[in-house]
Design a protein around this ligand. Structure first.
Ligand SMILES: NC(=O)c1ccc[n+]([C@@H]2O[C@H](COP(=O)([O-])OP(=O)(O)OC[C@H]3O[C@@H](n4cnc5c(N)ncnc54)[C@H](OP(=O)(O)O)[C@@H]3O)[C@@H](O)[C@H]2O)c1
Length: 322
């Protein structure tokens, strides 16, 4: 019944978490959010905040105790931290959440991993949940290890794992802002080879709620969107926004060559240069396409085209980033 369910959200201050909290509140949930002391909570007064990080056992237990659903979203990418932090937060932080759920009176755990732990077997194919990939880099290996912990927990507890692809929407000053800049701002010089699955943040939230309601414990669900080459995605944004897409295409060989440069830069300091190493450089130039058929058939998950997400995203981009 509306208003009676309680959600506990880790990563509630992040890009996806902010949208999820808004959605849960709008749907009548009581929402508890985990927030580190340093994070901005002012704009979300309706969320009951639990202040601490994933490694504060007491805070985490009070967050999850009595919750109907725990949405574990907190994570760190290689854009914002070095490999050690990335492993600690994504793997050990998930262990802490699993242990807290096991020790408390908690309903279902919904873990947000990444589609990056799956990969198409060959160029031109789409990957599904069974295409488990050899992890490349600290982020993917920590997420893969976290998935194992959640699967183990599901043997006795109740947990499902979702795998979003590249999430697009307002409030994301990383991937979303870069993709828009490539289509909208003529000053951005680069076009990239390769391709990806782009999913709107609202669609991911539909998928999270569907996984909470109808997912089967122990199962994994890819939450993807349209499979597009970077060129096509950038042109579609340019067509919609009246921008002029970047005209200089960066050859794959240049991106491959940037790998060793990034490796050398990191040897000097804890710098974040993309692509981070040779293997990731090769990955960045591939077409990493995914199917969400399982989520569609089992959860009723659907996604919309990129244009459906552009009005709200462009409004945010123009007001915050221009
Ligand atoms: N964005 C994508 O395209 C994408 C795609 C696939 C999967 N995912 C996954 O989806 C989840 C959410 O991603 P996002 O894009 O929303 O990331 P985000 O904006 O960077 O948010 C990350 C969240 O994790 C929290 N966090 C980080 N370290 C923490 C710690 N030690 N203790 C407690 N909280 C901590 C952050 O809190 P602070 O505010 O305190 O920093 C923030 O709320 C992540 O698990 C990510 O791996 C994202």
């Amino acid at each position: 019944m509306m208003g009676t369910k309680t959600a506990a959200v880790t990563g509630a201050t992040g890009f996806l978490g902010t949208h999820l909290c808004d959605r849960l509140l709008a749907d009548g949930w009581t929402v508890r959010g985990l927030s580190r002391a340093t994070s901005d909570r002012e704009r979300r007064e309706d969320v009951e905040w639990y202040v601490g990080d994933l490694f504060d056992e007491g805070t985490l237990r009070s967050l999850v105790d009595g919750a109907d659903v725990v949405f574990h979203l907190a994570g760190v990418g290689l854009w914002s931290a070095g490999p050690e932090t990335v492993e600690r937060v994504n793997r050990d932080g998930t262990r802490a959440v699993v242990e807290a759920c096991g020790a408390c009176d908690t309903g279902r755990l919904v873990f947000t991993s990444t589609a990056g732990t799956r990969r198409p077997k060959t160029e031109g194919e789409v990957a599904d949940e069974t295409d488990v990939a050899e992890p490349i880099g600290a982020y993917q290996s920590a997420k893969a290890a976290a998935e194992d912990l959640v699967d183990e927990y599901a043997a006795t507890g109740d947990a499902v794992t979702v795998h979003p692809t590249s999430i697009f929407g307002p409030g994301d000053d990383a991937f979303t802002a870069q993709l828009i800049a490539m289509g909208y701002e003529s000053t951005m010089p680069a076009r990239l080879p390769g391709g990806l699955s782009i999913v709107g943040v609202d669609d991911v939230n539909d998928g999270l709620l569907a996984a909470a309601a109808n997912g089967v414990s122990g199962e994994h669900y890819i939450l993807g969107g349209e499979n597009l080459s970077y060129d096509r995605a950038v042109s579609r944004i340019a067509e919609y926004t009246g921008g002029s897409p970047a005209r200089v295409r960066v050859p794959a060989t240049a991106i491959h060559a940037a790998g060793p440069v990034a490796e050398a830069a990191r040897a000097v300091g804890d710098r974040h240069v993309f692509p981070f190493d040779r293997e990731m450089a090769r990955l960045a130039t591939r077409r990493l396409f995914y199917t969400s058929r399982k989520a569609h058939e089992d959860l009723g998950y659907t996604y919309r085209p990129i244009e459906a997400h552009l009005p709200a995203t462009m409004e945010w981009y123009r007001s915050e980033l221009q």
